[in-house]
Design a protein around this ligand. Structure first.
Ligand SMILES: Cc1ncc(COP(=O)(O)O)c(C=O)c1O
Length: 375
């Protein structure tokens, strides 16, 4: 059987990883500033994470959600405290798309409505409604097409006000910083206007924190910068440091009904152990502070490099927009300098490293980038 060929691949086989270093099968060492697409939050093969998963594996790996799972309660308490949303409720699932799918369903159950506002350049995942709310028609199969999603320009308060005209809006779904869209931040004023309009119209504010959340920007949810609370936060990537686990954090005004949401694998024992290890490490090592400080250092230094068109982002979610004649930089960073980075179209380098990278790693990247932009 062949693999279904849906991913364009780098010609690299990674066989070992530690912290922000990975090694290929030929023994080459790489610096990972892509974090396996924002997933590696506390470092590859983090010793505490390995120990916690291993210990759990010897006890029980999985049982269905038909029994009590105290690890879920422990995870909910810790997540509530660290994220500053102690009175919220947690539903656990397996991926970012699934988190957004459930958030949108819950919103529609809540107010009985169908229309969802999403934004240009958004990415919310590949399941049915999540992909319908993603601004990329090439990802939307005919069966996913729906009239229920309204795409508005990002950061446009006027357009937003105009769309809330007749109490039909179930929810607004918004990334605090658009990731796939090219590292574009929602302004605090825009997020506050979403909050106000949702309140006035009994619509649900869904903060997609799958990529920009979990401490990446120095705050637990990047939307926190605006000083408002969303009704539902969705999270995934950094939550398990590579173990598939996702969740939605749900405001107290939502009341659960049996079977309204559900999943076989969501919140299993192993996933909870992985997610607890991540939160323990974030707290103990003050990784949100490190994300803020190392991120500020990187952003400051990047802004001094003349050939860069624009530097965007916050904390360790950084977009470096390059001029059109510098299309090969990402490729060269990998091939010549052994540094993994992410990208966004048309010519943006995306940095999404582990939250515990330090100045040394940042400097290695800066030097390599300066060399590539010299000519
Ligand atoms: C903002 C955002 N939401 C949702 C998703 C989908 O997450 P997953 O690939 O885990 O389904 C992604 C993935 O890149 C994302 O960046």
């Amino acid at each position: 059987m062949n693999l279904f060929d849906v991913y364009p691949l780098n010609d690299v086989t990674i066989v070992k990883a530690e912290g922000s270093k990975v090694w290929d099968d030929k023994g080459n060492e790489y610096l990972d500033l892509y974090g396996g697409h924002a997933v590696i939050s506390i470092g590859h093969t983090n010793p505490h994470w390995v120990k916690r998963i291993e210990a759990q594996l010897h006890k029980i790996a999985f049982y269905s959600n038909s029994v009590k799972i105290p690890l879920q309660v422990e995870l909910a308490e810790k997540l509530g405290r660290i994220s500053g949303k102690e009175d919220y409720q947690l539903f656990l699932c397996n991926s970012g798309a699934e988190a957004n799918e459930n958030a949108l369903k819950l919103a529609s159950f809540y107010n009985g409505r169908k229309k969802v506002i999403a934004f240009k350049r958004s990415f919310h995942g590949r399941t049915s409604l999540a992909v319908a709310a993603t601004d990329n028609p090439s990802l939307v199969a005919p069966v996913n097409e729906t009239e229920n999603i309204l795409f508005l320009p990002f950061n446009d308060e006027f357009a937003l006000r105009g769309a809330f005209n007749n109490n039909t809006i179930a929810a607004v779904i918004v990334e605090g910083i658009q990731g796939v869209g090219g590292i574009i931040e929602a302004t605090p004023e825009f997020l506050r206007t979403i909050r106000m309009l949702c309140d006035e119209n009994n619509a649900v504010f869904i903060a997609d924190s799958v990529q920009c959340g979990y401490g990446r920007t120095g705050r637990f949810y990047s939307h926190d910068i605006s000083g408002i609370n969303a009704d539902i936060y969705t999270m995934a990537k950094g939550m398990g440091n590579g173990f598939p686990v996702a969740g939605i954090s749900i405001a107290p005004k939502f009341t659960a009904k049996h079977f309204m949401l559900g999943t076989t694998f969501g919140g299993n024992h192993l996933a909870c152990a992985a997610a607890l290890a991540v939160l323990e490490e974030i707290e103990e090592k003050d990784l949100m502070k490190n994300a803020e400080l190392t991120g500020s250092y990187l952003l400051g230094e990047l802004k001094k490099i003349p050939r860069i068109t624009e530097v965007r982002g916050r904390g360790l979610m950084i977009g470096i927009e390059l001029p059109a004649d510098k299309k090969e930089v990402k490729k060269h960073l990998l091939a010549k300098h052994k540094i993994f980075t992410g990208e966004a179209k048309p010519n943006v380098i995306r940095l999404l490293p582990a939250l515990n990278i330090g100045k040394e790693e940042a400097d290695r990247f800066l030097e390599a980038l300066k060399l590539e932009l010299k000519s």
